[in-house]
Design a protein around this ligand. Structure first.
Ligand SMILES: *[C@@H]1O[C@H](CO)[C@@H](O)[C@H](O)[C@H]1NC(C)=O
Length: 226
């Protein structure tokens, strides 16, 4: 009995099985410098990547949408909303690219994808399947253990949080691939059609831990039609 108990404690502590969060969302109901979801990626050496997710918020200040830090750099793959209307920032290993004139109405579900390719250094943001201008970013491999956080902006690995950059709202369908998705694949994601799930982060088999006020609920992206 005692052995069994120890075994089960070890099991939960060390190797929680990935969960299928299809049809679920993370709700971040309160502004804080604590509440976050940490996602465990597979892989630690990337020559290109795509991150896609859906989000909903009424924030008009700046906030982090997807924060990735390693011991090498605290902005390894950051998707960030600037306070300026329509302005998003993507930061790959601290090389930042700003994208303007994109849709950001409050209280609206958006799909956002960001692609990055180390050869060309090109970075792009897609909102609801519509592209931004392509901008120059980081050229080189993204090497190191990546700590991915939703809900907070990391200034160090899982730390250096600022409530005024925290995310308040809902996030769902988070995926990351170790390649640049084609325009067609991004549009399939945006329209919630059959798409290839992420091979680095997969919402349908998600390795994650929750800290603070984050609620896992049924997703509201599809209303009654799903
Ligand atoms: C990362 O991958 C590249 C090949 O893309 C390889 O040349 C390099 O040695 C790798 N670096 C590490 C630290 O694994």
């Amino acid at each position: 009995m005692q052995l069994l108990l120890i075994a089960s404690v070890l099991f939960t502590a060390c190797c929680a099985a990935p969960q299928d969060l299809s049809g679920k969302m993370f709700t971040f109901p309160v502004e804080s410098k604590v509440a976050r979801a940490r996602l465990l990626p597979s892989g630690n050496n990337f020559t290109s990547a795509t991150v896609c997710l859906r989000f909903f918020t009424d924030l008009t200040r700046n906030y982090a949408i997807f924060s990735t830090a390693s011991t090498v750099n605290s902005n390894d793959f950051l998707i960030f909303k600037n306070a300026d209307k329509g302005s998003f920032l993507v930061n790959i290993r601290s090389q930042s690219s700003t994208f303007n004139g994109l849709p950001d109405e409050p209280n609206t579900w958006y799909s956002i994808c960001s692609t990055w390719d180390s050869n060309s250094g090109l970075v792009q943001v897609w909102i609801n399947g519509n592209p931004s201008t392509r901008k120059i970013g980081f050229k080189g491999n993204l090497v190191g253990e990546l700590n991915i956080v939703l809900g907070q902006e990391q200034d160090s690995v899982d730390g250096g949080f600022n409530a005024k950059q925290s995310f308040v709202g809902m996030i769902t369908d988070v995926h990351m691939w170790d390649y640049v998705l084609s325009a067609c694949e991004i549009q399939r994601f945006a329209n919630d059609l059959n798409f290839t799930p992420g091979d680095v982060i997969n919402w349908r088999a998600l390795d994650f831990t929750i800290v603070g006020d984050v609620v896992i609920e049924d997703s509201q992206t599809n209303g009654c039609f799903h």
